[in-house]
Structure formats: structure tokens, C-alpha cells
Design a protein around this ligand. Structure first.
Ligand SMILES: O=C(O)c1ccccc1NCC(=O)[C@H](O)[C@H](O)COP(=O)(O)O
Length: 231
């Protein structure tokens, strides 16, 4: 039950910092991010560049995504796909599994603890690897009772719709407080190699990057530039 973390650990153990590209068609802060590109072709190019996992934002109103896009990318790309959305129900988990995703984001700030527990169990029972996302010390403490293989630290407060200035400082503050033997993913606001190095030095094992790759003149070159050797 480690569909996403296995390839991430393999990359990490090979000495390269694993970078998960995040595909979002637009964002509240940046507007259109695809600039006329086909998101499926974009996903394929990043898988070919070495991405061990690809993340797809399916929320439609703010990020322009869809479950249909998730399905198309999962069908076209030979690496595990992680679904990012505001998942609150078992129905959404079923839809995620049926679309061909391997992992699913569960956001601790929008879920009661019991609801989160049920969704973690539900995801696992459907063959999905849950990525449980936190943003502050309280949330890190709240999820300590769960045995997690994949834990996210979002450098932004997702409830502010990307209008806040997230920084890797959040990962630097929180990564050492993670008590599980989990793969720790630093998400959002990672713009440079220096940010990647800082996140890993703080205790993260992998990073998730959307905007910096999407906005680069040459996304594949940017992807490779961010995939730096570890320490
Ligand atoms: O991260 C979330 O909790 C989330 C949930 C549902 C839809 C979108 C969500 N966040 C947006 C992202 O996933 C960011 O695109 C991602 O963290 C990359 O951030 P950035 O590199 O700053 O574009």
C-alpha cells in the first residue's frame, strides 16, 4: 500500500531529491497556468523527465481541474498519479480510485479527526495511498495518532486560496515535529533549487512543485534543475 511513496523512496535512496510536479490549469494567485498547453502532454513530458509521481489538482472553480483530466493523465502517464482536491466523502475516494489515481490528498484542516480517520481507512481499502496534509504544529500533533506513510507539509495555508505568501520556513519549522516514520513532502511556494535544498535540509524527503515549473520557459529544464542531488 505504498503506491506513491515507493517510487519516491527509490529516487531519494538513489541520491536525487524527488520532485513531484503539480498540474493545475490555473490558480487564484496566478490565473491561467497552462498557456495553451495540453495538460496531458505536459504531464507526459515531466514523467519522461524523471518525475516519480505526478500530482493533478482536480478542483474546478479555483484551479480549473476535473476528474476527467485526472483520468486522462492517469491513462497516458506510466507513473503513479496523486489527486489533489478537497476530499470529504467516500464517494470522492471511489471516484478517485476509478479514475486510475494511486494516491489521494486528505487535508487535516478541513476534516474532523474522526472523518480523517475514516477517509484514511477508506482510501487504503480502495487501494489508494493517502497523503495527509498539515500546515501548522497543531495539525502535526493532531495527526500523530495515525500511522502514516506519506505526510505533507503545505507551506501555504490552503484556506487562503494561494493568496498568502507561503515560504519554506513552514517546512523548516514543522518537519522535525513529525513523529511517524513517514515520507515527508514539502508542498507549495517552492520556486528555486535553494528552496528544494532548504526543505530537504529541514527534514522533508521530497517536494511538490506547481507554479515554478508551470511558469518556466522550459518546464522540463526547470524540472531537471530542481531535481538536485541530495546533500
Ligand atoms: O494543497 C492543497 O491542499 C490543495 C487542495 C486542493 C486543491 C488545491 C490545493 N493546493 C494547491 C496546490 O496543490 C498547489 O498547486 C501545490 O501545492 C503547488 O504549489 P505551488 O508550487 O506554489 O504552485
Amino acid at each position: 500500500m505504498t503506491k506513491c511513496t515507493t517510487p519516491l523512496w527509490q529516487k531519494y535512496n538513489s541520491g536525487i531529491i524527488p520532485v513531484i510536479p503539480d498540474i493545475k490549469c490555473k490558480s487564484p494567485g496566478e490565473g491561467d497556468l497552462l498557456a495553451g498547453r495540453n495538460p496531458v502532454a505536459y504531464a507526459k513530458s515531466l514523467a519522461e523527465a524523471g518525475a516519480p509521481v505526478i500530482s493533478v489538482v482536480t478542483e474546478s472553480e479555483h484551479y480549473g481541474g476535473s476528474v476527467e483530466l485526472l483520468r486522462q493523465i492517469a491513462e497516458a502517464v506510466p507513473v503513479p498519479i496523486l489527486r489533489k482536491d478537497f476530499i470529504k466523502t467516500r464517494e470522492q475516494l471511489k471516484e478517485t480510485a476509478q479514475s486510475g489515481a494511486s494516491g489521494v490528498l486528505l487535508i487535516s484542516s478541513i476534516l474532523e479527526k474522526d472523518q480523517l480517520r475514516k477517509l484514511i481507512d477508506g482510501a487504503i481499502s480502495l487501494g489508494l495511498e493517502p497523503l495527509v496534509e498539515t500546515h501548522n504544529e497543531e495539525e502535526i500533533n493532531d495527526v500523530k495518532e495515525f500511522q502514516l506513510s506519506f505526510l505533507g507539509i503545505n507551506n501555504r495555508n490552503i484556506l487562503e486560496w494561494e493568496m498568502d505568501n507561503g515560504t519554506v520556513n513552514t517546512t523548516e519549522k514543522l518537519a522535525q515535529s513529525v513523529s511517524q516514520n513517514a515520507l515527508v513532502l514539502s508542498e507549495s511556494s517552492i520556486m528555486s533549487r535553494e528552496d528544494v535544498v532548504r526543505a530537504i535540509a529541514a527534514g522533508a524527503h521530497a517536494v511538490l512543485v506547481g507554479t515554478a515549473i508551470l511558469k518556466a520557459k522550459d518546464p522540463v529544464a526547470m524540472y531537471k534543475a530542481l531535481s538536485v542531488p541530495r546533500g
